[in-house]
Design a protein around this ligand. Structure first.
Ligand SMILES: CC(C)(COP(=O)(O)OP(=O)(O)OC[C@H]1O[C@@H](n2cnc3c(N)ncnc32)[C@H](O)[C@@H]1OP(=O)(O)O)[C@@H](O)C(=O)NCCC(=O)NCCS
Length: 164
């Protein structure tokens, strides 16, 4: 769906979601590093909340398009996840979630991970439901994310045709 649609629009800021956690023993592996699977769980949760805030209803995770582990994180690190809607289709939304480790001395955040997930708005039967709001794009970085999402949709279609 292009961004010329007749639905009322919400901004990216309207649904932006930030969650903060401390890495505890239950979250680490034998090397005192954060389990990748735990981080994926937190990304799924943040992405889902972001999408729910945009569509004003329930959502289900349809796919993870891109998940890049740039750096690890360690016991007691403070982790912040920031979810932003990058694209809104008819019933699906793409959400980018950036993950940061916070330096306790300076408060500076260092990005360790970025993920793009597709969330689908669903009705009470779990069937896809039309999202009542489009996305208001503001500024070049939101425009670039929207165009990136269109490319990821094309790549996904191509992969599906190739049987992945
Ligand atoms: C996601 C789900 C609701 C889609 O249902 P469906 O009957 O295939 O629906 P459609 O083919 O009409 O697709 C609906 C939308 O989802 C998108 N979509 C479907 N499968 C997708 C996938 N694998 N990746 C990205 N987007 C997808 C479609 O492009 C469409 O988007 P649009 O309306 O914005 O154009 C369904 O496949 C499902 O329930 N999957 C299980 C989800 C789940 O349990 N998640 C938790 C993981 S354990």
């Amino acid at each position: 769906m292009d961004n010329i649609d007749t639905r009322p629009k919400k901004t990216v800021a309207d649904s932006k979601t930030e969650t903060t956690r401390t890495i505890l023993y239950k979250d680490i592996n034998g090397s005192n590093r954060l389990f990748g699977g735990r981080l994926m769980e937190w990304i799924d949760e943040t992405s889902g909340i972001t999408a729910m805030r945009h569509c004003g209803g329930f959502v289900t995770s349809a796919s993870v398009d891109n998940l890049r582990f740039r750096r690890g994180a360690n016991l007691y690190d403070v982790i912040t996840l920031v979810g932003r809607v990058t694209y809104v289709g008819r019933t699906s939304m793409e959400v980018r979630t950036d993950v940061y480790v916070e330096d306790p001395k300076t408060g500076m955040r260092h990005m360790i991970n970025t993920a793009y997930m597709t969330q689908v708005c669903i009705d009470d039967e779990g069937k896809p439901k039309v999202i009542p709001y489009g996305l208001e794009i503001s500024g070049p970085s939101e425009q670039a994310e929207w165009e990136g999402a269109l490319k990821r949709i094309e790549l996904r279609k191509k992969r599906r045709l190739e049987g992945y």
